[in-house]
Write a protein that binds this ligand. Structure first.
Ligand SMILES: [Zn+2]
Length: 309
């Protein structure tokens, strides 16, 4: 039995979850692939839920999901990144570029739940139901914060940084798909050069470092789309480009029942993507419905940083 099953707050919380399941949800933002993405290293890139979504250019070559070497403190300047990468042409565009962390390294001790806080118009809110769920159940999670969201939620960012359960990570500066060639995803223009990739990563990296006192280790681009060269730039800057293996909420557009069903598919090693910036969506209620059942199965949760020491 899992150590958290005896959490006295859990029963009360389940009642709260049941009530919340009855609350309404509304589509808010479409990001991420279909929910059927399972083990990305063995499947082709998954198209977006939108018919107008971009199609990956090529299938990825089998690559280790985990970079051979972990992130190291970077001393590279923007000029050095431009000099090193500006002559490179990408051969992949999508969610599963080589070097992107999509599942935890084996043997995986747990499930990594991640929540994105995308910011921007309509995206600067906070799903307190989701955060309270995690705190009440004692669930570790990695929170990917975008700079726009941080600017609207400075005090809360500090609170989240001080919460031992949570690890803060980098969700970009402008929430741009990470491209060295100006590719777009879901109609959102991507960065256009290696220099802009540097800015997209490092501006928010500096902001998070200033607020939390330590550099974030993991980076997920806005929309999670990136090319292979941009993924290499992230590694060169000392951060792990991070994807996912289970899309729990499709950009906070799924109703709670679907969020719960998708989350329930998680097994040790999976990285779940969901969103923490859309109060009123089905995400918080869906997570609160699904997580206790996963705990009952004996599964544990982990942050990415704990899983990749
Ligand atoms: Zn996002």
């Amino acid at each position: 039995m899992h150590q958290l099953i005896g959490n006295p707050q859990r029963r009360v919380f389940l009642l709260s979850a049941a009530v919340l399941l009855l609350s309404g949800c509304k589509p808010v933002e479409a990001t991420g692939p279909s929910s059927s993405a399972l083990r990305p290293r063995t499947v082709a890139p998954v198209p977006a839920t939108s018919a107008a979504a971009p199609i990956p250019l090529v299938s990825p070559e089998p690559e280790p999901a985990v970079p051979a070497s972990g992130p190291e403190p970077t001393t590279r300047s923007q000029e050095q990144i431009i000099a090193e990468f500006s002559g490179r042409s990408p051969s992949y565009w999508g969610l599963q570029a080589p070097n992107v962390l999509q599942v935890l390294p084996e043997p995986a001790a747990g499930i990594a739940l991640t929540l994105d806080f995308c910011g921007g118009p309509g995206g600067n809110g906070t799903d307190h139901v989701a955060l309270k769920t995690l705190k009440h159940l004692g669930i570790p999670a990695t929170l990917f914060l975008n700079a726009r969201w941080i600017h609207h939620n400075r005090a809360l960012t500090r609170e989240l940084a001080a919460e031992p359960l949570f690890e803060l990570a980098n969700h970009g500066t402008r929430h741009a798909p990470l491209s060295v060639a100006g590719n777009s995803a879901y109609g959102i223009p991507g960065t256009q050069s290696s220099g802009q990739v540097y800015e997209e990563i490092m501006s928010n990296d500096n902001l998070l470092t200033e607020i939390t006192g330590k550099r974030p280790r993991f980076f997920r681009p806005g929309t999670a789309y990136l090319d292979d060269v941009a993924a290499e730039i992230a590694l060169a800057l000392g951060v792990v480009p991070t994807g996912f293996s289970i899309n729990a909420d499709a950009g906070a557009t799924y109703p709670a029942s679907v969020v719960a069903a998708e989350t329930a598919k998680a097994r040790p090693g999976d990285i779940i993507i969901s969103h923490g910036n859309h109060p009123g969506s089905g995400t918080g209620a869906g997570l609160s419905a699904a997580i206790p059942a996963l705990l009952d199965k004996g599964y544990v949760f982990t942050t990415l940083g704990t899983a990749l020491p």
